[in-house]
Design a protein around this ligand. Structure first.
Ligand SMILES: Nc1ncnc2c1ncn2[C@@H]1O[C@H](COP(=O)(O)OP(=O)(O)OP(=O)(O)O)[C@@H](O)[C@H]1O
Ligand SMILES: [Mg+2]
Length: 357
């Protein structure tokens, strides 16, 4: 019997967790060395006081915790154990530390006679959680900043390409036509050279128009989202031969630049993915303004997304869509079934006055 008791004491004392054994009145019957270390009280000192009023009278937000709502006390009263992930205990010096604990009733002859609580100091875990949250927040901020910088940069390069290079080449083209008209008939070789130059300049003007349009569709800034989507969808159908059905609830949406750009970029990436991966024969694009949100749905009838493990590791299209939408407080839902196509639904919150035509 004595040997059993010693063994039990040894186990209790060498536990890595603080252990408190209380009677139904919240009086201390036993505490181990780890509990003494964590709380700063000795067993002899704490045994003279109400444990609840001394070490467990505060909630994590600092407000007082009445004994009637104390989970340790409740475990003793109703005989139900509890596992609490997020609580605090107060040290002898008045400082507070976060804990997680398991409290179980002690039952003798069918009667609850007290509780045993095993608790652990989770200061380190909390600090790591805070650091993780802070670094997530910073990453999101950085991502938002980079997206904006990238969009601004694309807009600037698209404008400069179009305005500077495009204008210069157009002037060159006019001069080449002027030269061609004034060339004597017999200068056949020079005439051929001029025709080739003219054709090259025209092709370059077209390329510049296409590159600047890909960088940032001028329509988005000049005519708005609805026109840019209509144009992009028609171009997609034309270039890929995939039938495209477009349904928009309005001819024009009054949206802020970031919302319009995000919706357009989600559409652009979704259609690019359809062309690259889906092997679809039909795509449906829907844009709808609901009371407080804009809803964009792109649905194809292709082969569906492969399981995540089989998708390329260094792919950023779907990830980028998620990021963009999340940055504006929206949500992106991607659903897909093998052989039954893919559906992408982006929902962005908007001020209801904004989107009216
Ligand atoms: N509509 C779709 N139908 C079938 N598979 C798709 C579709 N969209 C995406 N996928 C699959 O999901 C993967 C991830 O798409 P994601 O857009 O992130 O990357 P990506 O298009 O391969 O490359 P990128 O980073 O240039 O966009 C693709 O590699 C493809 O396997
Ligand atoms: Mg992609």
């Amino acid at each position: 019997m004595a040997a059993n008791r010693r063994l039990l004491e040894n186990i209790t004392q060498s536990l890595g967790e603080g252990l408190l054994v209380l009677d139904t009145d919240s009086r201390l019957l036993l505490m181990n060395a780890e509990a003494e270390r964590l709380l700063g009280w000795t067993q002899a000192e704490l045994a003279q006081r109400s444990v609840h009023d001394t070490v467990h009278h505060q909630r994590p937000d600092g407000s007082p915790l009445p004994r009637s709502q104390c989970s340790l006390f409740r475990a003793a009263c109703n005989g139900e154990g509890c596992h609490v992930e997020d609580d605090v205990l107060v040290r002898k010096d008045g400082t507070v530390f976060p804990v997680t604990y398991v409290a179980s009733p002690i039952v003798e002859d069918g009667r609850v006679v007290g509780t045993v609580t095993a608790f652990r100091d989770i200061t380190e875990r909390k600090r790591a959680e805070c650091e993780l949250q802070e670094s997530r927040r910073q990453l999101q901020e950085l991502s938002a900043f980079l997206q904006q910088v990238r969009e601004d940069e694309r807009t600037r390069i698209a404008r400069e390409l179009h305005d500077e290079l495009g204008q210069a080449l157009t002037a060159l083209r006019i001069d080449l036509i002027w030269l061609d008209r004034r060339l004597p008939q017999r200068e056949q070789q020079v005439g051929d050279k001029l025709a080739a130059m003219l054709s090259l300049v025209e092709k370059t003007v077209d390329s510049i128009r296409r590159i600047s349009e890909d960088l940032r569709p001028g329509m988005l800034d000049d005519l708005g989202l609805a026109a840019a989507i209509e144009h992009h969808v028609a171009k997609f159908a034309d270039q890929t031969g995939i039938a495209c059905a477009l349904a928009m609830s309005r001819d024009h949406y009054e949206l802020d630049d970031r919302t319009a750009t995000t919706l357009f970029r989600v559409l652009q990436e979704s259609l690019t993915n359809v062309a690259r991966h889906a092997q679809a024969s039909k795509v449906t694009v829907q844009l709808q303004d609901l009371p407080n949100e804009m809803l964009l749905i792109v649905k194809d009838d292709g082969r569906g997304l492969p399981p995540p493990a089989e998708r390329g590791k260094k792919t950023y299209g779907l990830l980028g869509m998620h990021e963009r939408v999340k940055l504006l407080g929206g949500s992106l839902d991607i659903s897909s079934e093998p052989g039954k196509g893919t559906r992408i639904e982006a929902s962005l919150p908007v001020n209801s006055l904004e989107k009216q035509a």
